[in-house]
Design a protein around this ligand. Sequence first.
Ligand SMILES: [Zn+2]
Length: 420
Amino acid sequence: MRSFSRIITRRLVFAYGTLASSTIIGSYINANEQKHQSILKSIVRSFSDALMGNQESSMVSSPFGYDPFVSLSKNNFSDEEFERCFRYFDSLKQGTWTREDFHRFLNALFSNKQRPYCILSDLVEQYFRETDFNQDEKIDFDEFLQAWKKPVKCAVKPISALVIVDVQNDFISGTLALHSCPANQQGEEVVPIINRVLHDVKFDVVAYTYDWHPANHISFYENRFLRATAPESPVTAEKARVLDMIIFIGSNDLAKRIEQILWPAHCVQQSQGAELHRDLVRHENAIHVYKGTNPEIDSYSAFWDNMKLSKTTLDDQLRERFVTDVYVVGLATDVCVASTAMHAIENNYRTALVEDACRGVNEKEIECKRTVLTKNGCIFVESNVLPGMVSGEDRRPEMARRMFVENLKSIGRYKTSLTS
Ligand SMILES: [Zn+2]
């Protein structure tokens, strides 16, 4: 399926993303490539052991006979439990953490089934400096609590939502079928993968999104003569072809100009093409979100329209349910999936895009969006790691980074030097 050059490009982008997000190599493993994976694993293990001074066993078995993070979550993250957790890593019993204590804390927190992810020393140092508010080269309990209370809670006991984007007939076999798009991908392939995920993984919230357009929608190629084209538009309505970008003069109550890619008419409200694929499992008590309902503006993301002039109900509904983590799957990777993931990040959800459960329009665009999303803190995973991540057993350092920074911002301790 995937061309050799694409795999190479993906790996390069992968490597670039790794550098851009500065530092963590823990989970950058493509689960589909067994050989590659086992080599990487051994590298990660040796790195980890080296950094830990081979102290993993002493870290895992607690002197108090308990895992501080399990205990924390069982006791609803009470301040008393946070104190016990702090004491657990306080090797000198002086009420403060040294760098080594702090490093052991990070390794215990960011682990998978008690096997620590490697966190490179520059990130440990950065985290240490950002946590050490009074710059006395030690971490006291208050500093730990302020900086890490929220990130620890989210890592240990995430509240996870699966957002299933636009798995609708028109994108699979209808007017905008992905197999007819440049990437030549098969939208239908996501259905059994998403069904397996719904069966195997205990998500706290499941949301289905729908592209849901009125017949006179601005995005339809067939409607290109319904609106005036702006003088600066790269194409006129007469010369425009499908997938061209055109600029319309916006309606009075929205915007002066609206850039729009012209798609074949698709997902018209109430039509068969707008229905979810018949084999996609319908989860009980799911949220259903309809987007692109305003004829005058398109909406790729399930959170906001393309100009962020109006929002859907998705964010409010996730917040009502205290969601911390958003996993995005569906169609199409480089359009609605990527836009939804980007807005999830902007809304401060810890965000992952599940690559094998997505299919896209254009390979170059898919890579482009991947780079941008990675830089902004979205992580890319395969569906087989979801059970561990959603249960809080597999706690990835790169998933926590943005939450840590946002927490520091909210308490006014964030320094711009932290941005990657
Ligand atoms: Zn649409």
